[in-house]
Structures are given as structure tokens and as C-alpha cells.
Write a protein that binds this ligand. Structure first.
Ligand code: MN
Ligand code: MN
Ligand code: MN
Length: 287
């Protein structure tokens, strides 16, 4: 099987590599098909025109934030037509939501007596809109927590004081943007939400009911039991299976192209598309 990585980030969201650096690293790691799925933005694709892809196939993608029954959930859109009005509308609306949310997070943390300097958080974000990882970095530099994961555990993770998610577009709306842009909507990293199996099953049913077509059955390196569980859900719910490293930066979390084996019983999401939106050097996106 080809080396396929359909979930990755660059500096235009919370990744650390530029789109060019990410492409170089993916090629060096033997990736043959790559999707860049930055949080609520497709602007990495504007920077691909001058890059030598050298045979690497790029599948235009995005990772949208939403919420479902009070839990923050991520939806990956794959094989998008980046020129479609739907995806542009989606990105614009989520960007507004993100700025509103950043201010709300700052207000809540300040109310909780943390000495947050919002201007400094914006500086940390640099290339992009402020998200929770930027607050986490700020907390580390202030010495409030020892590292970013501690910041999420204490202040920013699901259900904590700095966890604001009601701003995002609804699940149904997110899926509609993806579908209208000729893409496939995929539930990202289903085990990251720490739901019970019953709840995850309900989420998958709801997701399918609004037009969701796939789920990640492989997200970076995971145990055989985790893959088995996700593969079973995938087959049971009649969904297509996707895989991605969720790469953000070198030597932290997953490496680009490094994933557990793809379960044979699942139907891969890439059998569903005919390469119509596949990025090539000749394609110009006016994103
Ligand atoms: Mn991220
Ligand atoms: Mn995610
Ligand atoms: Mn991600």
C-alpha cells in the first residue's frame, strides 16, 4: 500500500513547519499522498504553487472545529474543491468564531486570576488566529504550568475554565460546507474525545445522518486494540476509513507519515474519489 497521510498541520494553524518544510519532510519520510489539514483554514495551499512536489500527491483538506453534545469535536474535510464558495464561507465564518473565542478564553482565564497578557498570546500565534495552544505556550513562559500538556490538563482541555467551544458552527453546517465543496467529511481522531463507546456510537450515527462519510481509524501511532475498536465501528457504521499522523512539529506527538497499519477490513476513504480535486502544480487555487 502507498504511504498515505491525510492529517497534518503547518504554521498557518498550530503546526511549526511552513507548508514547504512540511512537504519536504513528508517526501523525505516516503509519504506519497498527503493532505494538509490546518485548523479552520486552507491558506497553506496558497503557498504550494512554487514548491517542487516531486511526485507527491496532495489532497486538499481542512480540519474544522465544532461541538457535539458539549464536547469539542474535529471534522476533517478531504479532497475539497478549494475554489468552491462553500469552503470560503466556512473558513470565513470559523475565523470570526475563532477570534471571538480567543477573547472569551482570555476573559475566562483572567477571571480565574491567571496573569494572561492577550497581546503576548497574539504575538505567539504570529502567523495565525489565536487558539488554545498559544495560550498554553504563554502559560508555560509565565511559569504557571511546566509544559503545554499540563496547561491543557489544568486550564484549557475539555470542560476546563479556558475551554470555550460554543462559538463554532454546528456539525451539520460543517459537513454541509465540506459536501458542497465536493469533499468527504471524516471524523478526526475518534478516541481523542475520551467518550464511552455508547456515546461515540451515537456521535457516529449523528455524523452519518448529517452527511458524514468517513472516520479516522488510524491516527498516528496507536495500539492494536485501539485500531481494532475503531475498525469495528467503521465497518459497523458503514463509514469509509481514513488515516493520518496529525503531525504538528518534529519530535512532538506523531511524525509525518508515521502511522499504525491500516486495517484490511475497512474501505479506504481514497477509493471514494477520482482524483478530481487532487492538487497538482498546474492547479491554481485562488484561496
Ligand atoms: Mn492542532
Ligand atoms: Mn484535531
Ligand atoms: Mn489535527
Amino acid at each position: 500500500m502507498k504511504s498515505i497521510d491525510l492529517h497534518s498541520h503547518t504554521v498557518v494553524s498550530d503546526g511549526r513547519l511552513t507548508p514547504k518544510e512540511l512537504v519536504e519532510r513528508a517526501k523525505a519520510n516516503g509519504v506519497e499522498v498527503l493532505s494538509i489539514t490546518d485548523h479552520d483554514t486552507i491558506s497553506a495551499y496558497e503557498q504550494l504553487a512554487d514548491i517542487d512536489l516531486d511526485g507527491l500527491t496532495i489532497i486538499p483538506g481542512i480540519e474544522f472545529s465544532t461541538q457535539w453534545r458539549g464536547v469539542g469535536v474535529h471534522i476533517v474535510g478531504l479532497n475539497l474543491n478549494l475554489d468552491s464558495p462553500a469552503i470560503k464561507e466556512g473558513v470565513a465564518q470559523q475565523e470570526k468564531a475563532r477570534s471571538k473565542r480567543a477573547l472569551l478564553i482570555a476573559q475566562r482565564l483572567i477571571k480565574a486570576k491567571l496573569p494572561i497578557d492577550f497581546q503576548r498570546v497574539e504575538e505567539i500565534a504570529q502567523y495565525t488566529n489565536v487558539g488554545r495552544p498559544h495560550f498554553a505556550q504563554h502559560m508555560v513562559e509565565l511559569g504557571i504550568v511546566k509544559d503545554m500538556s499540563a496547561a491543557f490538563k489544568k486550564y484549557l482541555g475539555n470542560g476546563k475554565v479556558g475551554d470555550v467551544k460554543q462559538c463554532w458552527a454546528e456539525l451539520e453546517q460543517i459537513v454541509r460546507w465540506i459536501v458542497e465543496a465536493d469533499g468527504v467529511a471524516v471524523l478526526a481522531h475518534p478516541l481523542k474525545y475520551k467518550m464511552t463507546r455508547t456515546k461515540l456510537s451515537a456521535l457516529l450515527d449523528d455524523f452519518r445522518a448529517v452527511g458524514g462519510r468517513g472516520m479516522e481509524v488510524v491516527s498516528g501511532q496507536q495500539t492494536k486494540d485501539e485500531t481494532r475498536l475503531l475498525a469495528r465501528f467503521c465497518v459497523e457504521k458503514g463509514l469509509l476509513a481514513s488515516c493520518g499522523s496529525d503531525f504538528h512539529q518534529p519530535s512532538r506527538w506523531s511524525e509525518i507519515g508515521s502511522m499504525s497499519a491500516f486495517p484490511k477490513e475497512c474501505e479506504p476513504v481514497w477509493t471514494d474519489w477520482n482524483g478530481v480535486n487532487t492538487y497538482s502544480a498546474e492547479t491554481q487555487f485562488s484561496a
